[in-house]
Design a protein around this ligand. Structure first.
Ligand SMILES: Nc1nc2c(ncn2[C@@H]2O[C@H](COP(=O)(O)OP(=O)(O)OP(=O)(O)O)[C@@H](O)[C@H]2O)c(=O)[nH]1
Ligand SMILES: [Mg+2]
Length: 448
């Protein structure tokens, strides 16, 4: 694919909508617009950063296709850093396809996935971490993920990485100066000093790596399992959190057999919620199989909502379940508080959430409790790494820095520092690797 082509794509979703936006980027953007767009305000040329109202006209037949707004951007002041035109037409696929076809007939080419953003990267408008953040902003499944993505787009993660990079560069300068001019006065490298600097950089990387599991979970979602003996109200709670009657609720014990899962936003977090078959001490046949399946789900869960029926005394099944999940992160939920509350005075339930799944009482507090259990106590909106690519690169950079710290000769120190710079550069895109770029941009949609 020629990177100098003028590219075109629809940036809005396919289908019918009031408006669709067709975007053009490249040197020919403005001349091509001229060929199919008639605006009373621009008989000859389009000014930069302006919006024009006009008509889209077939350049060959002169037929009017639609009325539209054209927004013009001149390089370098555009998303891609090139000349860009955004044509807002009516959102009818016939119109959109016709406009794109006309641009192609006039010499443009259809953009590849993420090609607009890739050009922004190549033209230095954004770095690779920001390019990833564009994708994450578009696809953020919950408020918390959106906040994290926009912090990354603003460059907050990049700042941390550039800071790490510049500290390595400063150290490398001293090391190389010592290698080159060890005989001369004025430049002297102290092993102990570099050890301290390296320790500081390594600990900064460790902090970023520590936050990785939270970043990944916020972006990809937590698994939360509702568990309890039969009839405690698991499916009722599941339906309330999901927001519609997804699961069958019935007074007969053993209603749920196959577990159900739904993706929901709970207190700003993206959660895959599971409703499970209730546990009975003496199960047989399909009930037994259903309960084996429930038990199998426990291990992969990030949080167990262990549910009890507050209108009945606790029994051996409750105790068995408490024991089953004692190694797991859990939140105790006492349900049916609209009825007689029999468990409230028991000490082990002091930190429980008492709710009525049926009436919705305290379910909001339960949602906050779920968030509080999933995120660390000291969590604030912060810059976190969010991808296995980041973990991989930082882990490799860390290894180089540890090797530099333990290196037997000053030449080895220099070599390891160079290696670490390369790896850190991969993160921000200062070092461009084709395989990494391909992997990142193939996730994008066409038009982004
Ligand atoms: N009063 C009252 N009844 C509830 C509440 N939650 C659930 N129930 C009732 O309890 C019965 C069982 O509810 P389900 O949600 O089916 O319980 P479950 O735990 O999914 O049951 P199984 O799937 O059989 O294990 C139904 O009759 C519900 O209406 C509640 O908060 N208050
Ligand atoms: Mg059920």
């Amino acid at each position: 694919m020629n990177p100098n082509d003028t590219i075109v794509a629809c940036t809005t979703p396919p289908g019918y909508s009031s408006i669709a936006v067709v975007r053009l980027s490249g040197d020919q953007a403005s001349p091509l617009l001229h060929k199919i767009f008639r605006s009373a305000e621009s008989p000859r040329s389009f000014e930069a950063q302006r919006v024009y109202h006009g008509f889209v006209v077939d350049a060959v037949t002169n037929e009017t296709i639609d009325t539209a707004l054209a927004t013009t951007f001149c390089k370098p002041n555009s998303y891609t850093g090139e000349d860009v035109v955004e044509l807002s037409c009516h959102g009818n696929p016939l119109i959109v396809d016709r406009i794109i076809r006309m641009f192609i007939d006039l010499g443009a080419r259809v953009a590849q996935r993420g090609e607009f953003t890739k050009r922004a990267l190549i033209n230095g408008k954004i770095d690779l971490l920001q390019a990833e953040a564009v994708h994450d902003t578009v696809l953020a499944p919950c408020e918390q993920a959106r906040r994290m993505a926009i912090l990354q787009y603003e460059g907050r993660l990049s700042e941390k990485i550039y800071d790490i990079r510049s500290r390595i560069v400063d150290l490398l300068f001293l090391v190389e100066a010592d290698i080159d001019f060890s005989e001369e006065e004025g430049v002297h490298y102290e092993q102990s000093e570099s050890t301290e600097v390296l320790k500081g950089i390594i600990s900064e990387i460790d902090d970023l790596l520590k936050g990785a599991s939270i970043g990944l979970k916020i972006k990809d979602g937590y698994r939360v399992l509702i568990l309890g003996r039969v009839n405690v109200g698991k499916s009722t709670l599941f339906n309330r959190l999901v927001g519609h009657d997804r699961a069958i609720v019935h007074e007969q014990p053993g209603t749920t057999r196959d577990w159900l899962e739904e993706s929901v936003q709970i207190a700003d977090l993206y959660v895959t919620l599971f409703d499970t078959a209730g546990i009975l001490s003496k199960a047989s046949g399909p009930d037994e199989i259903a309960q084996q399946r429930t038990r199998a789900l426990v291990e992969d869960a990030d949080l167990i909502l262990l549910m009890f029926d507050g209108s009945e005394p606790m029994n051996e099944e409750d105790v068995y379940l408490y024991d089953l999940v004692k190694h797991k992160r859990k939140l105790l939920v006492i349900n049916k508080i609209d009825l007689n509350d029999k468990l409230s005075d028991m000490e082990m339930f002091s930190d429980s959430k008492k709710i009525s799944a049926k009436t919705g009482r305290n379910v909001g507090a339960l949602e906050e409790g779920i968030k509080g259990s999933l995120l660390p106590k000291d969590y604030r909106d912060d810059v976190l790494i969010t991808r296995h690519r980041h973990i991989d690169a930082l882990t490799r950079a860390r290894k180089c820095l540890v090797d530099a710290k333990n290196a037997p000769t000053i030449e080895t120190v220099a070599y390891e520092l160079h290696c670490s710079l390369n790896v850190v550069g991969e993160l921000t895109g200062q070092v461009l690797r084709k395989d990494i770029l391909d992997r990142i941009f193939e996730e994008f949609c066409i038009g982004k």
